[in-house]
Ligand binder design. Structure first.
Ligand SMILES: Nc1nc2c(ncn2[C@@H]2O[C@H](COP(=O)(O)OP(=O)(O)OP(=O)(O)O)[C@@H](O)[C@H]2O)c(=O)[nH]1
Length: 674
């Protein structure tokens, strides 16, 4: 295969020698930090020799104006890589990019598609990315469009979006860990979408790898014949060439109609500070080129195409995009709402029927977000707007509170999703925010005519605990439920069962997936698993158990609102809704954890939990005077100033309630049971 690729790369190399610096605009998708990277790269490229450049980026960056018409639909394969978290999707994507010449083989090219700072720091994929690869097989060049997807349960919405633009998937399973909870969830996503599934057993280089066992599991759970599995090591590159061959052989080309009018699905979009919205599209029919006037079926707005091309994985402009291809389009869309994910684009002169959109992502966790300083509200608003364009699964609703001022109530797919969003706000937009304790969306059936009139309906979803109506004005409270799947070695079955029972879960199913591994399914109240269930499950099973969940509707529940007070001042961020039977224990435990999280201050602090006007728990934080200058005897003024400055910086990370400073992370930490 290397031999086949060589002539292709030579052409690119020659093209590169004559190309203009402008061509090498290495434009990463996404925000702030990536733009900084772009500038640095621009500068570097200008001074670098071609040889250096090639070493850094590989031959593909020199390609330009590829004539996409040389890729008839039957030579196109659109596929996704799906797997449980950490089973090696991004590593395999790196190898595929390297082997097809899209990037150079250097150690620096690790997890190339994980572009966000948070992805690299946390070692997880958050945002699905696209890369077009050119692959030569039996004398023919194929265009393989690869969409890398996240593995964590919170980001499964990204997986289902990616899948809608594909005809096949590589289902990666770790040869040591075997089938895990998200493997099951992802398999069914692809299966229900009727995609071709290529099972790939990864990490066969590991000492404890047992691919035979994994093959048996795949056969038992999904009816996948053993001979269909490909055994690889994405890290070492073993058998990755076979994966490329099988993509071409097994995955069908898209059923695109070139002769029909242009119709494309928007499956992703990002916001670029300089060029506006960059939309990723999958073309179902026709073709589009620069200057074309396209219409968004959802909004009915018309835009002129300024630039289009493919992602390799950096943007590479082309003259046209054809039916069956996946690429990007920039069309002067300035408003973040202009490129809705799931929308259809068509030509103004040839209107067509819109493609079916996506089911809206369902938010499982809600939290209030407020600027630390109200004067920063406008800049935070623009950051939230831009970030939600990149992450359309976040639900945004304006909110305001007496204590915290103007802000938003945001809906997330899970707690990790929420943490990642906040981290991105801070890292990419330099925003300083207060995040309230996360809550799940409860429902109430209202009885009070006054409230029914106020809300305009009888059944209301409550996403802000401070608005939770009193028992006297409702017929019934309802809480969201989820069906949880746990896969674990059977040594931990007993412990896991008691953990689930302690979380008010009801067992629905239990099967052995092989001699030692068991899959259990439980119906959980969402509130019981949202904050710390997964951490506890992991620690009690020494990291071996995996967990995934899906929406299972609502069930009636006896719920109660608990307020928390510091020296009599209510702490709105902590208001919590719990099951009636848990009220006393939760109130007590949260007071204790609050006491541990708030540093002692110069006066005594009473930490109280209350239901209505009744105090149900109390802790006291003793007075303590922290004199940061105590160690500075003598008259070194600069040292004193330094210490005072450090203390002031520490205070920025605090939220002031009355005259009490509370560390911001305390609001989430107090909800964690261990
Ligand atoms: N030994 C070995 N390690 C591997 C192999 N493939 C991936 N890894 C390692 O497994 C870890 C996870 O790999 P990733 O490629 O980030 O996994 P991922 O599935 O993309 O993870 P998420 O995007 O977070 O879901 C990394 O430390 C990789 O170096 C392999 O074939 N052999």
């Amino acid at each position: 295969m290397q031999l086949l690729l060589k002539p292709l790369s030579n052409v690119f190399l020659l093209a590169g020698l004559f190309r203009n610096v402008k061509i090498c605009r290495i434009k990463r998708r996404s925000q702030g930090y990536t733009e900084a990277c772009t500038l640095i790269r621009h500068r570097w490229i200008k001074t670098a020799s071609n040889t250096q450049y090639r070493r850094e980026f590989g031959s593909s960056a020199h390609e330009h104006n590829i004539d996409m018409s040389q890729f008839p639909v039957d030579k196109i394969r659109n596929f996704s890589i799906i797997a449980h978290i950490d089973h090696g999707k991004s590593t395999l994507a790196d190898r595929l990019l390297e082997m097809t010449g899209a990037i150079a083989k250097t150690d620096r090219n690790k997890q190339v598609l994980d572009k966000l700072q948070v992805e690299r720091e946390r070692g997880i994929t958050v945002k699905a990315q696209t890369a077009s690869l050119f692959y030569k097989h039996k004398g023919q060049t194929y265009l393989l469009n690869l969409i890398d997807t996240p593995g964590h349960v919170d980001f499964s919405y990204e997986v289902s979006r990616s899948i809608s633009a594909c005809q096949g998937v590589l289902l990666i399973v770790d040869a040591n860990e075997g089938i895990q909870a998200q493997t099951v969830a992802n398999f069914y996503l692809a299966f229900e979408a009727q995609l071709t599934i290529i099972p790939v057993i990864n990490k066969i280089d590991l000492k404890n790898a047992d691919p035979d066992r994994v093959e048996k599991q795949l056969e038992k759970m999904f009816d996948i014949p053993r001979e269909e599995c490909i055994r690889i090591s994405a890290k070492l590159g073993t058998n990755v060439d076979q994966v490329l061959e099988e993509i071409v052989k097994r995955i069908p080309p898209p059923t695109a109609k070139l002769g029909e009018p242009f119709k494309a699905l928007v499956f992703d979009s990002t916001f670029d500070h300089y060029r506006g919205v960059v939309a990723s599209i999958a073309l179902f029919s026709g073709q589009v080129c620069k200057g074309d006037k396209i219409v968004s079926a959802h909004l009915g707005k018309t835009y002129e195409v300024n630039e289009l091309g493919i992602l390799r994985p950096d943007e590479q402009p082309t003259e046209r995009l054809f039916a069956g291809q996946v690429g990007y389009v920039i069309a002067g869309m300035k408003e973040v709402k202009d490129a809705q994910i799931g929308d259809t684009f068509y030509l103004q002169k040839h209107p067509v029927e819109a493609l079916p959109g996506f089911k809206a992502a369902k938010c499982m966790v809600f939290a209030g977000i407020y600027p630390t300083d109200q004067s920063e509200y406008p800049s935070l608003r623009s950051a939230v707007e831009k970030l939600t364009l990149n992450d359309s699964s976040v639900k945004v609703q304006k909110d305001s509170s007496l204590a915290l001022g103007a802000g938003w109530r945001l809906g997330f797919l899970g707690l990790l999703h929420m943490e990642v969003f906040n981290q991105r706000l801070e890292q990419e937009y330099n925003a300083s925010v207060i995040v309230t304790a996360p809550t799940v969306p409860y429902k109430t059936i209202l009885a009070s005519p006054k409230l029914i009139k106020e809300y305009g309906q009888e059944v209301v979803t409550i996403v802000n605990p401070t608005n939770f109506p009193e028992k006297s004005s409702v017929v019934e409270y309802l809480e969201p439920m989820v069906m949880g799947t746990i896969i674990s070695p059977d040594d931990f079955t007993g412990k896991i069962m008691s953990l689930c029972q302690s979380r008010r879960a009801v067992q629905k199913n239990m099967v052995y997936i092989d001699d030692h591994r068991v899959m259990m399914q439980y119906l959980f109240p969402l509130n019981e698993i949202v904050v710390d269930f997964y951490d506890e499950l992991k620690s009690m099973s020494s990291g071996y158990a995996s967990f995934d969940y899906e929406d299972a509707g609502y069930e009636p529940a006896e719920l109660i609102k608990i307020d928390f007070l510091l020296n009599g001042n209510p702490v709105e961020e902590l208001t919590t809704i719990v099951h009636k039977d848990r009220a006393y224990n939760t109130g007590k435990a949260m007071c204790i954890r609050l006491k541990e999280s708030i540093p002692r201050q110069m006066f005594e602090i009473a930490v109280q939990a209350a239901i209505g006007s009744k105090i149900i728990a109390r802790e006291t934080i003793k007075a303590y005077r922290k004199n940061v200058l105590a160690k500075c005897y003598g008259g070194d003024i600069t040292r004193k100033m330094k210490l005072l400055k450090k203390q002031a910086e520490g205070k920025k990370k605090m939220r002031r309630i009355g005259n009490i400073d509370v560390p911001k992370e305390a609001f989430i930490n107090v909800l964690k049971r261990k």
